[in-house]
Write a protein that binds this ligand. Structure first.
Ligand SMILES: [Zn+2]
Length: 349
């Protein structure tokens, strides 16, 4: 049941209101800042202002009711649900791996419904990596943001699945203990240095984990109109396996060798928490090669592909070059695309 707007709360929010995005900020972060400016007690005032009473802006990973958000904010923070998802939510990483039609359905769900339909469409409700994404932070970003903007906030680049490394401060990310309720959900909160648990020393992740973060960042930076052609993807994987001597014949993958080598790679990244969330998950991923190599059952989960790409091509550049130049198996004309320029070490502050 919707609670009618509280006139006194709304007038207070009118005075104390966020008016712009901070760099690389998520929708959850924007709502959290508004919540803080509202005195951290007027949750309903934020819901009224941004979502006309719906409990929608409280999802820290997959947004919901964005059409309502756009209408309630008169388009101040954006007018297009797709652009909002791409620029301010981790859904951005998932979209290139969907078909054009599936992307349209997902964005339609995020614009007009709660979070569950979109989660289901993205495969999160049956995912191997858990049903929600942890809310992550870099404590040096929190300090820098507090100095620059007067508050810490939640960065999009930290929230992608598989990313556990801040490329600006070259330190491992932490899962927020702030605001967590249950089932991986969070209430609106902002990261503050004073409320973060003490850690003895800077935590440095494994080389593999840092390398994976770069690969994921490249994928997240694909152009908005790009969608993977899965036949081309399969051909790209197969050609590289052949180059690496991992094919028994033109059409037969040496599954045992591929599984063993891919498993070694996965096990070297035990600090990537998605690879420890379920016991035996590394063995499961390495054994289930069908979901990477056979069109009929290819997964559309970006993290599984990006783990495989990271291992097989030793990073994104070699993969992307091969994907754009490999002869097309189906004879369908292909127009190569260039990734947008990705600058992993450019300061945001
Ligand atoms: Zn940082």
């Amino acid at each position: 049941m919707l609670i009618p707007p509280n006139p006194s709360s709304s007038s207070l929010v009118d005075v104390l209101s966020v008016d712009r995005w901070l760099p690389d900020e998520t929708i959850f972060s924007l709502c959290s800042r508004q919540h803080f400016l509202s005195g951290a007690a007027l949750q309903q005032a934020v819901l009224d202002r941004f979502f006309i009473g719906l409990r929608a802006g409280m999802n820290h990973d997959v947004p919901a009711h964005l059409a309502m958000f756009i209408r309630a904010t008169s388009g101040r923070f954006g007018t297009n649900p797709l652009d909002l998802c791409r620029d301010h939510s981790l859904v951005r990483l998932y979209l290139p791996w969907l078909s054009t039609e599936c992307e349209r359905v997902v964005i339609e769900a995020i614009a007009n419904q709660g979070t569950q339909p979109a989660r289901s469409l993205l495969g999160l409700t049956r995912g191997r990596f858990g049903t929600t994404h942890p809310l992550k932070l870099c404590r040096e970003c929190v300090g820098a943001d507090s100095s620059t903007y007067g508050t810490g906030y939640w960065h999009l680049q930290h929230q992608y699945p598989g990313v556990w490394w801040c490329e600006i401060h070259r330190r491992q990310l932490e899962v927020s203990a702030l605001g967590r309720i249950k089932n991986g959900r969070y209430v609106w909160t902002l990261p503050r240095l004073s409320s973060l648990p003490r850690v003895p020393l800077m935590v440095v992740g494994s080389v593999g984990m840092r390398h994976l973060t770069e690969t994921i960042a490249h994928s997240a930076n694909l152009p908005s109109n790009f969608h993977f052609d899965y036949q081309r993807l399969k051909d790209t994987y197969t050609a590289k396996l052949a180059d690496a001597g991992l094919m028994k014949s033109t059409d037969t993958v040496d599954r045992r060798q591929v599984s063993l080598q891919f498993l070694d790679h996965l096990l070297s990244m035990r600090d990537v928490q998605e690879l420890t969330v379920t016991p035996g998950i590394c063995h499961l991923i390495a054994r289930r090669l069908d979901c990477l190599l056979y069109l009929a059952c290819m997964t559309r989960h970006p993290l599984i592909h990006l783990l495989f790409i990271d291992w097989l091509f030793d990073g994104w550049p070699a993969f992307w070059s091969s994907y754009n130049t490999i002869p097309c198996h189906t004879g369908v004309p292909f127009r190569p695309l260039r990734s947008q320029v990705y600058e992993p070490h450019t300061s945001r502050h």
